[in-house]
Every structure is written in C-alpha cells, then in structure tokens.
Design a protein around this ligand. Structure first.
Ligand SMILES: Cc1ncc(COP(=O)(O)O)c(C=O)c1O
Length: 428
C-alpha cells in the first residue's frame, strides 16, 4: 500500500530529503504522486483509485462555482505549469530584447526537441506554431494545388478546417469530396470504405480528424492513412483532441502532416500549437507567412509569425513533465474510465441516447448524448441553470446533443452529479 501524503512528506524529511529541494508544497505533492504511482505500479489499479485522483485534483485549481464538464475547448493547466508560466512571463518581460535576441532561440530548440520526442518525430519535422488552426492552414493554404486537385473530408471534421478548404477551393479551384462518417461504425472497414469510396486518381489529400470533436469518436487513423497512401493520397491529420489524450506517434501513424493545439490535452497555457510534417514534404509547402531567409527544406520556415508571448512556448517543457509524471497510458485509461462511468449510468435511461461509439478503441474522454424532446441548447442550458453543470451544446447538421468532457481533476462525485441531473431531467 502506498503511504499517505502526510507520511510521505514526513518520511522524506526524516530521510534527509530537505523540503528545500522542493520549490514549494506543490512540488512535494508531485513527488508524492510519483511515489504513489511507483508503489502501486499498474494502470488497472490506479485507474479507479480515487485517493490517487484526489491527489491529482489537488494539483489543479478547479472552479468552485460550477462543475466543469466542458474541458474540450481548453483544458485548465496544473498549478505548477501556471506558476512556471507566470515566472517566465515576468522574466522574459524584464529581460525584454535581451531575452528575444540571446535566449529565445535556444529555448525554442529545447522545446522543439522535447516535443518531438513526445510525439515521435524528428525535431527537424516539427514546427512550433500557435494552434491547430494555424498548423492546418499551413498545409491547406501552402500546398502547391493544381486546379482540379481533389481533397477528401468527412462530414464531421472541424468547421474551420472545412472553411479553410472551401477558401482553397475558391482560390485554387480544388474540389472537395465529403463523405458521411458513420456515428456508430460496424467496423474499421466500414469507415475506411467510406473514405476510399470518395477517392479517385485526382485525389491529392485526405483531411483526417483523428478524434471527432463533436462526439469524441476516434478514427482508425493508422489504417486509413495506410489505405490512402496505397492510392497515392497524402494525409493531413487534425490531432487537436488525440494528441496527449490517446497513445500514438507521428512515426507510427505515418501521417504526412499533422496539427494540434497544446492547450488541450497536454494542458499547456494558451497560445501554442504543433505542426509535424514529413521531411520529404517540407520543401513543397509554402509557409503561411512569407520567408525566403531560410532554406525551403527548413521546418523553421513555418514558424515565422512575428513576435509572440514566448513564455507559452517555454511552459511546454513543464506541461510535458506533468504529462509524463502521470504517463499517457494511465491518463488515457483514466479519461476513458470516467467516460465509461457516466455513460453506463445513463445508457438505459428512457429518452437518453449516446452519440458516441463506446467501444474502448473508438472513444476516450469525450462523449455526446441527447435527450429526446430537448434541443442541444435547451439541454445544455438546463444542465447549467438547474444543476450548475457546464457542458457544451453541439447543434451540428449531423450531430445533435451535448458534449461532455471530463478533465483529470474531474471527480467521481462530479460524474454522479451529471448522471443524477440527467435522471431528473428525463423523469420530468
Ligand atoms: C478537431 C478540432 N480541430 C481543430 C480545432 C481548433 O483548435 P484551435 O482553435 O486551438 O486552433 C479544434 C478545437 O476545438 C478541434 O476540436
């Protein structure tokens, strides 16, 4: 059995580990969690160990005036990450141009290297950008399109990616083919066939959302990419929700291009994203912001977006440390456990239906549900006004419901409160 938090801190002091080694009480909490994890070891035991997760919760500062189950937009960061960000913001702003001229580049290189290791690509294939939108725009606006080139997308891709492609269609004369993605797929083959049915010799690219933001559905990305490659089609992956939530690497997926935001599941502060691109493609993609000072095959050409808040990029280092302290395997398992926990409670309730495939490999943290007779907005409003539960209404042509996204700090009591609220709503 792991020792209690109090015991751990006392024993550490007795063993001569000075509290001075830890910058503050938070560091002691982090050390305690590491120790707890090492003692218990296996993911299967930790995933439902509420004592452990309550210690994790202490590392965050969840809001107190409502239950936040809308963590899909921006995931609050741990206090340690925020503290680091604040310290670095002060430092950078006091050093001003000195930092920009003398320290910035080395710091970005260090971050690029650490992030590349995490996502599983070469650091020369990774550009630090501002968010997913920017990463995806780099490819959509910078690909050397020829009139008549075709792009395959699904009807559940993120709206602004569809907008970008529509603009590219107006500007370059490319053709967009949209497939209907099954919400409850029977098999991987069904999904793959839906994509391949829209491909033809003119197809140059497939836009693939790894995890659909509307429902949380995870697509079999590796298999879809392999099939696209067999047809000579390059794949641009929107990994906004899959990065740091579920296990994969850029190398293993074999994607051509990939974009994500780091303020989502990596829990970094707002303002940084990541763009990965296979080395062989770098030369042919135009950077969004003109740059002829760097060689065409230098990935840094995609980073030329002017002067920005550098502390956000420095903080990635700490966000990764926190992420690694928990470990992706455990993080993914816990997030899936929470989704399973509340969906199982409401699954059989009258009038409730789940818009998310619940098999383990087809969803993780995010799920979407609806209640017959209520519009998505009415349901989300009711949850907030009557029960102080914050979710988000998804009123989309294909998906109608409310999206529920727990965070690592979400407690089982929060999920019980959600299930109880749903029960009250359906029972009138
Ligand atoms: C699937 C998906 N792609 C892209 C984005 C855009 O992310 P950002 O606004 O950080 O660029 C989101 C945001 O929620 C998303 O869910």
């Amino acid at each position: 059995m792991p020792i209690s938090r109090r015991e751990f801190i006392m024993k550490s002091s007795a063993a001569g580990i000075s509290m001075a080694l830890w910058s503050d009480a938070l560091s002691a909490e982090l050390e305690y969690l590491k120790h707890y994890k090492e003692k218990v070891g296996d993911t299967a035991s930790l995933v439902s160990d509420e004592k452990f997760w309550s210690a994790v919760r202490n590392l965050f500062e969840p809001v107190k005036d409502f239950i936040n189950l809308e963590n899909g937009y921006f995931l609050a960061h741990p206090i340690s990450t925020r503290n680091f960000f604040q310290q670095r913001t002060m430092y950078i702003n006091s050093r001003s141009s000195w930092y920009m001229r003398k320290e910035q580049e080395a710091s970005r290189e260090k971050t690029r290297e650490k992030l590349a290791q995490l996502v599983g690509c070469d650091k020369e294939e990774l550009a630090l950008v501002r968010n997913t939108t920017e990463a995806m725009n780099i490819v959509i606006m910078g690909y050397p399109w020829q009139k008549g080139d075709e792009v395959v997308i699904s009807d559940q891709d993120y709206g602004s990616m569809m907008d970008q492609l529509e603009q590219a269609a107006n500007r370059y004369g490319i053709v967009i083919r949209k497939i209907a993605l099954p919400m409850h797929p029977q098999s991987d083959d069904q999904i793959i066939a839906a994509f391949t049915s829209a491909m033809n010799p003119k197809t140059k690219m497939l836009l693939l959302t790894h995890m659909i933001n509307l429902t949380g559905q995870i697509l079999p990305a590796k298999e879809i990419i392999a099939t696209a490659h067999q047809r000579g089609v390059e794949v641009l992956v929107d990994a906004a929700h899959s990065f740091a939530q579920i296990l994969w690497t850029f190398e293993d997926l074999d994607a051509d291009y990939l974009g994500t935001s780091l303020h989502k599941w990596l829990c970094n502060t707002l303002g940084a994203g990541m763009f990965c691109v296979k080395k062989k493609h770098i030369s042919k993609i135009w950077p969004l912001f003109g740059d002829v000072s760097l060689k065409a095959d230098d990935v840094k050409k995609f980073e030329h977006f002017g002067t920005v808040q550098c502390a956000v990029y420095e903080t990635i280092d700490k966000a990764i440390d926190f992420h690694l302290m928990l470990g992706l395997q455990l993080k993914e398992a816990r997030l899936r456990y929470m989704k399973d926990y509340w969906t199982q409670k409401v699954f059989d309730m009258q009038k409730v239906s789940i818009n998310t495939p619940l098999e383990a490999r087809r969803s993780c943290a995010i799920a979407n549900f609806k209640i017959e007779g209520l519009t998505p907005n009415e349901l989300a409003d009711k949850l907030y006004k009557d029960f102080k539960i914050f979710t988000v209404a998804i009123d989309h042509p294909i998906v109608k419901g409310v999206r529920v996204t727990p965070h690592l700090y979400t407690s089982i009591q929060d999920l019980d409160a959600l299930a109880a609220a749903i029960e009250k709503i359906v029972s009138g």
